[in-house]
Design a protein around this ligand. Structure first.
Ligand SMILES: *Cc1c(COP(=O)(O)O)cnc(C)c1O
Length: 373
């Protein structure tokens, strides 16, 4: 099946009793046992399993071409499950421009438990050099947040496989519509479902999708069930509902992002546009080789001071000044001030989550804001 068909059908189960076409929401936290002490409905307790969560995990697994998915109450909870599934003392290698919330999680919560190195994972020689006998995991995020760096997943995967190291790819920015990391050699894909999967900035969720059912995956399942950072039945329902339109929404985001990137690249007040779909992107060739399309996120730097950047962000009207991404509405953000003092993000950079408004309105709005500096 093609991805549009999977998005609509893989997570939906017509109700056997009522024949409801849309799967009902099962809020019950507990499920009746049979006379033999078993669980005839296949469910026992809400933390262990729920029909709406099962439906969500089925569609997530199929969208990424994996065998199973585990869903979580946020993207960070999904990331945390990965780190908690590792033996204490394991060495992990992470990208130096990793999503700052997860970078902080590793530093704040896993110091003394895991050993970690933040490096440029695209530097093959450096990556080889940092691998140690206890290295158990490499993490990649591509395109990265907020610099939209591209990591060559095939290359990193080849190195990881040589050393029997697990490879996880944060695919939040790309979504399975643009890129399928399992096909490129990742073992597990991670998502913040808060972003494009939810797509309407009104729920939080996270997901892990595995290529194979391994002992490690069983451990991740234990973290999910025993740790308990599971999504509610309502959130699972909303995610399944939103995922039905994911391919079409993402296509709209991509179309607008490409047009906006091309427009801004020609703008005299713009210094640089970072978008993997532009030939000027330093890793455009790698992006083309592993992505089907280039996503709805772009960053740009302006010719001006941090004050000028703020002026642009403050005078823009259609783009809401807020963090996060992947919703139908366009968002703009001065990223450096969100990431804190140790950020490497340029202070004249604005990150844009390009929404589904009409591109002419978006361009007119951004041009107007740029005219004030
Ligand atoms: C938002 C985000 C996360 C974290 O997800 P939450 O749902 O906010 O916990 C992880 N990775 C990337 C790339 C993100 O954008």
């Amino acid at each position: 099946m093609k991805i549009e068909t999977i998005a609509i059908h893989a997570g939906n189960h017509t109700d056997e009793q009522s024949k409801a076409v849309v799967q009902p929401i099962i809020l019950s936290t507990t499920f009746e046992r049979g006379a033999d002490g078993g669980y005839p409905g296949g469910y026992m307790y809400g933390r262990a399993g729920n029909p709406n969560r099962k439906a969500l995990e089925q569609v997530l697994a199929q969208l990424e071409g994996g065998v199973e998915a585990a869903s979580f109450s946020s993207g960070n909870a999904a990331g945390m499950a990965i780190f908690q599934s590792l033996q204490p003392g394991t060495h992990i290698i992470l990208p130096d421009d990793m999503y700052h919330g997860l970078r902080n999680q590793v530093k704040q919560l896993f110091t003394g438990i895991l050993e970690f190195d933040f490096i440029d994972v695209n530097d093959k020689a450096l990556l080889q050099q940092r691998i140690k006998s206890n290295t158990g995991l490499i993490w990649v995020e591509t395109p990265s947040n907020p610099l939209l760096k591209i990591t060559d997943v095939r290359k990193v995967s080849a190195i990881a496989k040589q050393h029997n190291i697990k490879l996880v790819c944060d695919n939040t920015f790309a979504t399975p519509i643009c890129q399928q990391p399992l096909e490129l050699g990742a073992d597990v894909v991670m998502h913040s479902a808060t972003k494009y999967f939810g797509g309407h900035s009104d729920l939080m969720g996270g997901a892990l999708i595995t290529k194979e059912k391994t002992e490690w995956w069983e451990k991740i399942r234990q973290v999910q069930e025993s740790g308990g950072a599971i999504p509610s039945p309502m959130d699972c329902y909303y995610l399944v509902r939103s995922i039905k339109t994911l391919p079409y929404r993402v296509r709209g985001h991509i179309q607008n992002a490409q047009l906006l990137a091309e427009h801004l690249e020609k703008h005299p007040k713009v210094e640089k546009v970072i978008y993997p779909g532009l030939a000027s992107h330093p890793q455009y060739e790698v992006a083309k080789s592993q992505m089907k399309s280039f996503g709805g996120m772009l960053s740009f730097t302006i010719k001006g001071s941090e004050d000028d950047v703020r002026k642009v962000a403050n005078s823009i009207q259609l783009f809401t000044q807020a963090t996060s991404l992947g919703g139908v509405e366009s968002l703009i953000e001065h990223r450096a001030s969100v990431e804190g003092p140790d950020t490497k993000t340029p202070r004249n950079l604005l990150r844009v989550s390009v929404g589904l408004e009409h591109i002419d309105d978006l361009i007119a709005d951004i041009d107007r804001a740029l005219s004030f500096i």
